[in-house]
Design a protein around this ligand. Structure first.
Ligand code: CUA
Length: 317
């Protein structure tokens, strides 16, 4: 009876993924994490139904009913068979789960072997409150990572010394990995073309919830084009737009007070010198979001913010 119950549970979990399973895996390491999740879910499901079922059965079968409160139940002392069973069975269950996890673990931690042509390394930098991505040719993007499809993408996950701990998490790619100041953590994925959402999963400050990112996995040719174009236009409005959307607009709106003051009427947006000072040093409660930005990164932002002040304010940000 308990087995049938657990099977129903697992069956419905697999069928609808109504919040019972992790999001559909899109990388081999994520698949293995999902396998481990389902494997453990089967055991815990059977145990849950067994324990709760026994509890209900005992509550009903041995309820007091019409007996007087003072009647004592039978006094039972020891049952070697039962005691051996409830020691051995959990030990076996733990050994089976442990064995399965150790079998799956290397494929979660270690990326598959790939030729140099079929792999790339992207640095993922977590900062209050945005994600910055650095590509092998020096190109930079903010808030949106572009990556080649069906290739091993190594991720070096970092956070600058003056920042706090964040956690890089793209659920479709499996586990979370911390972005810790002064340390480089490694993870990887190998995904088909598509768009995957990621987020910060460590409470890192007031706008933690807004610290989201998109991973756009495209054909290797499109990826190569993207990083080449981006490196050539290192100070262009394409990067500036991303910086405004994911760095500034996380706390500021143009026309209203948000977490920080409104920016629409602020001459700062066209004043490179003063804007740079604030980006590099922070001001009041605003963190130094651009403490180590290159001149090109600052120039890109100013190139974009100038277009904001020149044109309609609209609903940007
Ligand atoms: Cu960064 Cu939460």
């Amino acid at each position: 009876m308990s087995c049938a119950g657990a099977l129903t549970l697992v069956g419905s979990a697999l069928a609808g993924n109504g919040g019972l399973l992790p999001v559909a895996p899109s990388s081999p390491n994520a698949s293995r994490i999902t396998d481990a999740y389902i494997f453990i879910l089967i055991f815990t499901g059977v145990i849950f139904v067994g324990v709760e079922g026994a509890l209900l059965a005992f509550v009903i079968r041995y309820r007091r009913g019409k007996r007087a409160r003072t009647v004592e139940g039978p006094q039972i002392h020891g049952s070697t068979k039962l005691e051996v069973l409830w020691t051995v069975v959990p030990a076996v269950i733990l050994a089976v789960i442990g064995g399965f996890i150790f079998y799956k673990l290397p494929g979660i931690t270690n990326p598959p072997a790939a030729s140099a042509a079929d792999e790339t390394t992207i640095t993922v930098e977590g900062r209050q409150f945005y994600w910055l991505f650095r590509y092998p040719n020096g190109a930079i993007s903010v808030g949106t990572m572009v990556a080649p499809a069906n290739e091993v993408v190594h991720e070096d996950v970092v956070s600058p010394d003056n920042d706090v701990v964040h956690s890089w998490w793209v659920p479709a790619f499996g586990g979370k990995i911390d972005a810790i100041p002064g340390r480089t953590n490694h993870t990887w994925f190998e995904a088909p073309a598509g768009s995957y959402s990621g987020r910060c999963s460590d409470l890192c400050g007031i706008q933690h919830a807004e610290m989201t990112a998109i991973v756009r996995v495209v054909s290797p040719a499109a990826y190569a084009r993207f990083i080449t174009t981006r490196a050539q236009a290192a100070s262009g409005t394409a990067l500036g737009y991303e910086e405004y959307q994911h760095v500034c607009a996380t706390c500021h709106r143009l026309d209203t007070q948000y977490v920080g003051p409104s920016l629409g009427k602020d001459p700062l947006l066209t004043d490179r010198k003063n804007l740079e000072t604030i980006l590099r040093q922070g001001i009041g409660t605003m963190p130094a979001v651009g403490s180590d930005w290159s001149d090109a990164q600052i120039a890109a932002l100013v190139a974009y913010t100038k277009t904001l002040i020149g044109g309609a304010h609209g609903s940007t940000g």
